[in-house]
Ligand binder design. Structure first.
Ligand code: COA
Length: 321
């Protein structure tokens, strides 16, 4: 029994903000951003919310999979920017798509969120507990950015991506790996929660996303190749057998470095960060949906997926399309 990805969908906010647009509201330039990151523009939410984009992405994935709401047993959303503390974004998706039978919850694993959701769904499906799962990565990062910190805010965007996975008698997810290193949590953090307990007098200012970019870079270029080697070997494959590497879209330099370390042509690393920026948990499923809709994914192809980011966390998988 395999865990097969049978449909994908995505949704980006309507408003596109270019690097030049940003240079009109802060001291930055298209040259600085694009040469260091590969990012040219990103979509930022105005009227959209994490839930509204998730619902749209979910509907598109269900349509692509040919699956109806009553077939869905499980909904997991990877997100660090759900609209509310509760209800979970996954519960909002459940209500909006009418998946009444489903169990729904969010996971917080930052940029690895979609990959953690995929791996959790895989384990439920392989245990025979559920048959069909809707998994998402969705973020409205613009609302938790420090827009006075030009070294961080220019990197991120908003959006949602979804996939329908199903327990099938044909092979699908061949292997997975995931990990966390809580000792390095401060390298990429967002602590903007207020304490409303009357016994605790805090007047802490809200803190938004802050990041030690160079430490995150060093972490990514070592953790990602190691995790990819692990899953490729566990799948009984070699690096040469992989048709595409669909990586979290943080930075073109990280992707180039991973390609070099794996000794694989950069052509095998599709990119969406140029027009999306880094959308944390949503990056991998949006990229996968773009690849799917462009007709790049053929049955039997081997795709290596990898997410990495805050926590610190990382997760990879090899799937047979
Ligand atoms: N526009 C113009 N100048 C900027 C800028 C911006 N948006 N942001 C920072 N700078 C300036 C800095 O002030 C600094 O100026 P100084 O030398 O006069 O002090 C200079 O550019 C270099 O800053 P630095 O932070 O050292 O740049 P860097 O070469 O480390 O590049 C990143 C910064 C963020 C692009 C890089 O560290 C990176 O890609 N890290 C990985 C981040 C990531 O992908 N995170 C998400 C993972 S999930």
């Amino acid at each position: 029994m395999g865990t097969k990805i049978i449909g994908t969908g995505s949704c980006l906010p309507k408003t596109v903000v270019t690097n030049d647009d940003l240079s009109r509201i802060m001291d930055t330039s298209d040259e600085w951003i694009s040469s260091r990151t590969g990012i040219r523009e990103r979509h930022l939410a105005k009227e959209e919310t994490t839930a509204s984009m998730s619902v749209e992405a979910a509907k598109r994935a269900m349509e692509n999979a040919g699956v109806t709401a009553d077939e869905i047993d499980l909904i997991i959303v990877g997100t660090v920017s759900a609209d509310h503390v509760t209800p979970a974004c996954a519960c909002e998706v459940q209500a909006a798509v009418g998946a009444d039978r489903a169990v729904a919850f969010d996971v917080n694993a930052a940029c690895s969120g979609f990959m953690f959701a995929l791996n959790i769904a895989h384990v439920y499906l392989q245990a025979g507990i559920y048959r069909t799962a809707l998994i998402l990565g969705a973020e409205t990062l613009s609302k938790i950015m420090d827009w006075d910190d030009r070294s961080t805010c220019v990197l991120f965007g908003d959006g949602a991506g979804a996939a329908v996975v199903r327990a099938e008698s044909i092979s699908g997810l061949l292997s997975f790996d995931q990990g966390s290193d809580g000792t390095k949590g401060g390298v990429l953090a967002c602590t903007n929660r207020t304490n409303n307990n009357p016994l605790v007098k805090t007047s802490r200012e809200l803190e938004y996303v802050h990041m030690d970019g160079q430490e995150v870079y060093k972490f990514a270029v070592t953790a990602v190749p190691a995790s990819l080697h692990k899953v490729i070997e566990a799948a009984g494959l070699t690096v040469e057998d992989i048709d595409y590497f669909a990586l979290h879209q943080a930075n073109i330099r990280i992707i180039q470095s991973v390609a070099k370390r794996l000794k694989v042509s950069e052509d095998k690393f599709p990119i969406s960060l140029d027009h999306c920026g880094n959308i944390s948990a949503a990056s991998v499923p949006i990229l996968l949906d773009e690849m799917n809709r462009k007709g790049m994914l053929k049955p039997g192809m081997k795709i290596a997926l990898s997410g990495f980011g805050g926590g610190l966390t990382w997760a990879s998988a090899v799937v047979e399309w």
